[in-house]
Write a protein that binds this ligand. Structure first.
Ligand SMILES: [Zn+2]
Ligand SMILES: [Zn+2]
Length: 259
C-alpha cells in the first residue's frame, strides 16, 4: 500500500515538478521513460529517477560475450565468454574483472561530472549501478572485503573525495560486506595515466601502492572497486600487492570499462 501511495505521490510531484536529468540538465517526464526503452533493458528502474530517456538510452551495459578474465566485451556478439588475447599475453593478478557499462556516452559524461566537476548528486545513481553490477556477478557470502582503489593523499586533498569509495559507501555496510578504505594506500605519487600508453601506464603505476596492515588481507576474498577500467594497469597493480600479502583472491568491479 505504502509503495502504491509513494508511486502516486511521486507521479503527482513529477507532474508539478518534473525531474531534471542529472547528466544533461533537461527536465523530463519520468512516467514516459519506460515507453521508449527496450523492455529487456536491465537497469531501467534504477536510473529513471535521475536520468532522462535520451541519456539512459546512451548507457551501454556490458553483455556477453566478454573476456572471462578482464571483462572486455567482444566485437562479435556471437559465441561464449572466453579469454581475450591481451589476457593470454599479460599476467593478471586478479581473478576476474566485471563492469556495468562501456566507458562512453552518458556513462563517461556522468563519471567526469562526478570526478572533475564534483557533481555529488551523481553518486547516488552511479553507486546504485555499481551495487546492481555487484549482485549480477557476486553474492555477499562470496566476498570478505570491499576495497576501493585509493587516491594519493595529495589528489584526495584537491578532489575532496575518492570516487571509487563513493560508489560503494552507501550500500556495502547495509548489504553486510565490510568496506575497507584504509588498508590499501597509494604511497607514491603518480602522474595521471590518461595520456599514457599501455606499457607506460604499467611502469608509471608500479610500486605505487602499499598496505598499512597486511595481516588484514591474508586469506581474504577481496573485491577491488574503481570507477573506470582502462587498461587494467591500476587494478592489476593493486591486485599484485594484495595477492602478495596472501589474499585468497582479488576480483575487480568497475562502473565503466574502456573498449
Ligand atoms: Zn539527460
Ligand atoms: Zn581479457
Amino acid at each position: 500500500m505504502s509503495s502504491l501511495l509513494q508511486r502516486i505521490s511521486r507521479a503527482f510531484l513529477h507532474t508539478v515538478f518534473p525531474p531534471k536529468c542529472l547528466i544533461c540538465g533537461d527536465y523530463y517526464d519520468s512516467r514516459q521513460t519506460h515507453a521508449g526503452l527496450d523492455a529487456s533493458y536491465p537497469f531501467s528502474d534504477l536510473t529513471e529517477l535521475y536520468f532522462c530517456e535520451p541519456c539512459r538510452k546512451d548507457l551501454t551495459p556490458i553483455v556477453p560475450p566478454f573476456c572471462s578474465r578482464c571483462g572486455l566485451p567482444f566485437v562479435s556478439r556471437e559465441g561464449d565468454n572466453h579469454t581475450c588475447s591481451e589476457c593470454l599475453l599479460e599476467k593478471k593478478y586478479f581473478r576476474r574483472a566485471r563492469a556495468f557499462g562501456v566507458y562512453d556516452g552518458s556513462l563517461m559524461e556522468s563519471i567526469h561530472m562526478l570526478k572533475y566537476r564534483k557533481k555529488s548528486s551523481l553518486a547516488r545513481p552511479l553507486s546504485a549501478l555499481a551495487r546492481e553490477t555487484f549482485f549480477q556477478f557476486w553474492d555477499v557470502g562470496g566476498i570478505d572485503l570491499l576495497i576501493s582503489v585509493p587516491l594519493h593523499v595529495k589528489r584526495l586533498r584537491v578532489r575532496g573525495f575518492n570516487q571509487a569509495y563513493l560508489l560503494i559507501r552507501s550500500w556495502a555496510k547495509k548489504d553486510g560486506i565490510t568496506l575497507d578504505g584504509l588498508t590499501l594506500c597509494r604511497s607514491r605519487w603518480t602522474e595521471p595515466q590518461t595520456t599514457l600508453s599501455r606499457p607506460e601506464r604499467r611502469k608509471n603505476i608500479k610500486d605505487a601502492f602499499s598496505l598499512r596492515h597486511s595481516e588484514k588481507i591474508r586469506g581474504r576474498k577481496i573485491l577491488l572497486v574503481d570507477d573506470v577500467y582502462t587498461t587494467g594497469a591500476t587494478v592489476n597493480e593493486c591486485a599484485r600487492v594484495l595477492m602478495k600479502a596472501g589474499a585468497e583472491f582479488v576480483d575487480v568491479l568497475t562502473l565503466a570499462r574502456a573498449v
